[in-house]
Design a protein around this ligand. Structure first.
Ligand code: GDP
Ligand code: IMO
Ligand code: MG
Length: 425
């Protein structure tokens, strides 16, 4: 099975980075295909903690090719910082990183516009310029990685875009204008530093697949944050579901062998938007503290709640998961009674499917199945048989309801704190 797509099944931060890092051992290539530095993928190797934003989480292994695909929106300044941080920790980058020519670039005016629009219409974004950059991409005004190699084209695009942006900044938002010349010089400088990584990544990836290499596709964000299938407008601006791997890397759907959904053993969400199973009392705070549920990119506290099978069923459908990974099981150790949401109650109706209407999502109440917790620590358990019986029952309920096999269970932050029931590679 040479191609595996790793997807967040909830609202992000499911532990995709840890799983990608773990599976990279058996891979040759790791590809990011959407999102940008709104992502924060934490990987712990030994005593060292790494937070990857744009660079695929496979980079921590030696000699693995890491690709930033065309579907990613890339902040060159952010990427250079990330490269420097990793290099300072002894990670080899220059021989292993490739960036698609068609990656759209996040420009200072994207961040400036988002800063202002978030004041008026609060989504609770990461303020990394993601939405405005994808807006320009779809409006066909975007600046792409390859433009950094063509100064005239770059200059003209920046000037044309700033005419509109500066009008908005001045007249709509009463904010400071930006200078085209400054941005041009800054981006020419970025181009000088990044040009060695620019490549025809679609060709690289397809050649790798055709020659039987193992290729991992690393999703960012989560399926419920998908621009089409998530809780719109409280979503990110890309297709975070499995289909995004094909468009965002230039790979045919028939070349994808398996799609793994990463599910946190409970649910978290950062930013605004409906969250039916959110726990608003001290138990929510307890989980936040124990699970270290603070944004890896923004440091914001993550909202915490019970596992939601209604949302997950939707996620299973729109992704076509072939297997599941459950992470952070250890965080539930010691909780007396656990709840899993099996339906939503709205008025007199019980809903089993994730509603499309925001109004319903915001006003429904979860229907829970209660399970007894377990007292034993599951931290670091590597063998399924050694899990407490009640933990096995918790996992079994997920497997039975979603009708998808749980292939991997993560029991801690570290690489080897993991149970592999059936390896996807
Ligand atoms: P991602 O964005 O999906 O990669 O997830 P994040 O890195 O933002 O958040 C997941 C957090 O949980 C990180 O701090 C991981 O190190 C940590 N983590 C991942 N798996 C486990 C696990 O099984 N147990 C515990 N305790 N922590 C985990
Ligand atoms: P990883 O890859 C969790 C959320 C933001 C906000 C919404 C839109 O680490 O799982 P954006 O800046 O993308 O326009 O914000 O999406 N969000 C994430 N939440 N994990 C992420 O990434 C996220 N990336 C964006 O909090 O609600
Ligand atoms: Mg994250």
């Amino acid at each position: 099975m040479p191609t595996v797509v790793i997807i967040g099944a909830q609202w992000g931060d499911e532990g995709k980075g840890k799983i990608v890092d773990f599976l990279t051992e058996k891979c040759d290539y790791v590809v990011r295909f959407q999102g940008g530095c709104n992502a924060g993928h934490t990987v712990v190797v030994g005593d060292e903690k790494y937070i990857l934003h744009l660079i695929p989480s496979g980079i921590l292994h030696k000699n693995k090719k890491c690709i930033i695909g065309n579907g990613v929106v890339l902040d060159p300044g952010g990427l250079l910082k990330e490269i420097e941080t990793l290099k300072n920790k002894g990670i080899e980058i220059d021989n292993n990183l490739y960036i698609a020519k068609h990656c759209h670039l996040i420009m200072p005016y994207h961040i400036a516009i988002e800063e202002q629009s978030e004041k008026k219409k609060k989504i609770g974004t990461t303020k990394k310029g993601i939405g405005p950059c994808y807006t320009d991409k779809i409006a066909r005004n975007g600046v792409r990685m390859i433009d950094l190699l063509y100064p005239e084209i770059l200059k003209n695009k920046i000037q044309a875009n700033l005419e509109v942006i500066n009008f908005l900044l001045k007249n709509l938002y009463n904010a400071e204008s930006l200078n085209a010349e400054d941005i041009f010089n800054q981006y020419m400088n970025y181009g000088d530093k990044l040009k060695k990584y620019i490549a025809d990544t679609d060709i690289l990836i397809n050649e790798a697949i055709d020659s039987g290499k193992n290729v991992l596709f690393e999703g960012a964000q989560g399926s419920l944050l998908d621009i089409d299938h998530g809780t719109y407008p409280y979503v990110t601006s890309s297709n975070t579901v499995a289909g995004g791997a094909c468009t965002g890397a230039g790979v045919s759907p028939i070349k994808i062998n398996s799609i793994i959904g990463v599910v946190k053993a409970y649910t978290t969400r950062v930013g605004g938007g409906p969250f039916p199973t959110e726990i608003k009392d001290e138990l929510g705070e307890y989980i936040r503290q124990k699970g270290g549920e603070y944004g890896a990119t923004t440091g914001r506290p993550r909202r915490c709640g019970w596992l939601d099978l209604v949302g997950l069923r939707h996620s299973v459908r729109v992704n076509g998961f072939t297997g599941l990974v459950i992470t952070k099981l250890d965080i539930l150790d010691g909780i007396d009674k656990l709840k899993i949401c099996v339906g939503y109650k709205y008025g007199s109706r019980i809903l089993e499917e994730f509603p499309k209407e925001l109004e319903i999502l915001e006003n429904c109440t979860p229907v829970y199945e209660e399970l007894p917790g377990w007292k034993e620590s599951t931290r670091g358990i590597k063998n399924y048989e050694n899990l407490p019986d009640n933990a096995k029952k918790y996992l079994q309920l997920i497997e039975d309801s979603l009708k998808i096999k749980i292939q991997i269970i993560s029991t801690g932050q570290k690489r080897d704190e993991i149970i592999v029931k059936e390896s996807p590679l």
